[in-house]
Design a protein around this ligand. Structure first.
Ligand code: RP5
Length: 212
């Protein structure tokens, strides 16, 4: 069984390595429990769609320039690990963290934001009842947050942060946006030109890119 201490030591060891930005994960995805994975899957989906690769070994980065990593970090069950992750985030080269937690006391995103400051954190309330605890930060302690379950958007926000410094990420985001526009235009034309019955027939399998 992996000891929490082992992971904490690993994070501190990695922070001390002072690796160049090209070799470290750019985005960190953390969540309070592996039961959050189905909701947090959207963050992975968005980053893969933008050409990010998953970095599973800090000392052996993938060939892709932009990468992310992920961990389960519980604010309540492993507070020391949460502290270590947030405290070493900047030294480990992370530019932005996407943090998701569920329950009524979803403290991981906001505690991480406080400790990792000035590394920005995008909070994902995993459940509807988690929204208040994720967004309820006091003045001077910022967090950016998305609506319940919107982990895809959280990853897009994280990419937007990187895009200010990296034109490649900016261009990928613009391409993604253009693709969405084309998707809406396609269904708009079909709905008008085919009429409701013809539209339903053509899109019976739900092959729409336009989800509102
Ligand atoms: C939170 O408690 C986690 O983020 C999760 O959403 C919730 C329940 O966790 P499990 O009991 O499923 O591990 O801290």
């Amino acid at each position: 069984m992996t000891d929490e201490r082992e992971l904490i030591d690993r994070l501190h060891d990695e922070a001390a390595q002072d690796r160049p930005a090209e070799e470290t994960p750019d985005v960190g995805i953390i969540m309070g429990s592996d039961s959050d994975l189905p909701v947090m899957a959207g963050a992975y989906e968005a980053l893969f769609e933008l050409g990010f690769a998953e970095q599973t070994d800090f000392e052996s980065p993938p060939a892709e320039r932009f990468t992310f990593e992920s961990y389960v970090v519980s604010a309540h069950r492993t507070p020391d690990l949460m502290y270590a992750y947030a405290d070493t985030a900047e030294a480990r080269g992370l530019d932005v963290i996407v943090a998701g937690a569920g329950g009524k006391s979803a403290d991981l995103p906001n505690m991480t934001a406080s400790i990792a400051f000035p590394v920005p954190v995008v909070g994902v309330p995993v459940q509807e009842k988690s929204v208040d605890s994720v967004i309820g930060m006091p003045t001077g302690a910022p967090i950016t947050a998305v609506d319940a379950g919107k982990s895809f958007n959280a990853a897009l926000s994280a990419a937007q942060t990187l895009a200010r410094e990296h034109d490649v990420v900016r261009d990928r985001l613009v391409d993604f946006h253009e693709g969405q526009k084309a998707g809406v235009a396609d269904v708009s034309r079909d709905l008008h030109d085919l009429g409701i019955d013809g539209f339903r027939e053509r899109h019976a399998d739900g092959d729409s890119d336009a989800n509102g």
